[in-house]
Design a protein around this ligand. Structure first.
Ligand SMILES: Cc1ncc(COP(=O)(O)O)c(C=O)c1O
Length: 342
């Protein structure tokens, strides 16, 4: 079976399992897990910030960021398809008592004029706009990369209204390897950054929140409240360290496989692929309206290919470390076969 549903499906290989098994550990609630501490220092350094905090998931990391950057009753701005709004079970309203103002966009990065128009005037009967979130790369938009000039301009805009910026960088790694812009150059525009180890990097569990020492101390307190204070967590942090050394440099291969697959699909008449959107490891493609997307997915499954139904006629395929270029080709062949069979 070729499983292209998500890059979260990665499983630790033998070498990563060895790294987990051999990890030096201690009690992280006491701050005494050497491997967790090393990972946190390394990640903070990589992004040029004072501190980082290991947490179980990207969702917790995003939510901790809102918790430290907002006060109850605030409003935050995000793209209408942002993970923090779309997939985090209304957590901002529960954990931080804030509401999200969403803005639609073409590639996941709302127009700066639209953002400026959405910032609330400073009048007592409005909520305070306290944070703008950027997702880079953008999951639902198909792995699109936020242009660095856009981020710079957004920072200027945010500064002029005294607004904080959060980066949901679950897949910032893909942007870094694709653009060659390093972690520090992205991170310097943001107050908080969340990164995931359990997507393209292939670790089984784990995300980090990265910020100033002050914000990370607040986040540590809230991590404990949310049940995220873990003990011998170095077992998991070791996978993160292994992934940084071994899996980060190879992410480009996933992008090449995504492009190969997308270009093969673009030859099929009843499929539309917007190649401008194929920037990293995710491929969104659109089926002609004559094709039932759920039937299509079912037939692909019967022929050995798992895909996700996204929205309407849109299907998603994600490339990650267990998927070879040969499998990318085979996946396109399966799709051709399915579309040709009655
Ligand atoms: C962009 C983005 N942010 C955050 C998350 C949340 O990560 P987790 O599943 O670890 O909570 C995901 C997960 O897919 C994601 O794609």
């Amino acid at each position: 079976m070729i499983d292209l549903r998500s890059d979260t499906l990665t499983r630790p290989d033998e070498a990563m399992r060895q790294a987990l098994a051999n990890a030096e550990v201690g009690d992280d609630v006491y701050g005494e897990d050497p491997t967790a501490n090393l990972l946190q220092e390394r990640i903070a350094d990589y992004f040029g910030k004072e501190a980082a905090l290991f947490v179980p998931s990207g969702t917790m990391s995003n939510q901790l960021s809102l918790k430290v950057l907002t006060s109850p009753g605030d409003e935050i701005i995000a793209d209408a398809d942002a993970h923090i709004f779309y997939y985090e079970t209304a957590a901002p309203s529960i954990v931080s008592n804030v509401q999200i103002r969403t803005i639609r966009s073409q590639f996941g990065f709302p127009d700066l004029n639209d953002i400026e128009r959405s910032i609330r005037p400073d009048i007592y009967y409005f909520p305070l706009t306290s944070v703008i979130c950027v997702e880079n790369t953008h999951n639902r938009h198909g792995g699109t990369i936020a242009p660095i000039e856009y981020i710079q301009q957004l920072r200027d805009l945010a500064n002029s209204y005294n607004i904080k910026l959060h980066l949901d960088g679950a897949r910032i790694w893909n942007a870094i390897v694709e653009t060659g812009i390093d972690g520090t150059s992205y991170a310097k525009y943001f107050d908080t950054i969340s990164v995931c180890l359990s997507k393209g990097l292939g670790a089984p569990v784990g995300s980090l929140l990265i910020s100033s020492a002050e914000y990370i101390e607040k986040a540590r307190h809230w991590r404990k409240i949310l049940g995220g204070g873990m003990r011998q967590v170095g077992i998991l942090a070791a996978a993160g360290l292994y992934a940084l050394d071994n899996n980060l440099p190879r992410l480009k291969a996933d992008h090449e496989n995504a492009r190969l697959f997308a270009s093969l699909l673009s030859e099929i008449e009843v499929i539309k692929v917007d190649m401008a959107r194929i920037q990293t490891n995710i491929v969104r493609f659109e089926l002609a309206t004559s094709i039932n997307p759920l039937d299509f997915i079912e037939k692909c499954k019967k022929n050995g290919l798992l895909l996700s139904h996204f929205d309407g006629q849109i299907i998603r395929a994600v490339f990650y470390l267990e998927i070879t270029s040969e499998q990318a080709r085979t996946a396109s062949e399966i799709i051709k076969y399915v579309l040709q069979s009655p």
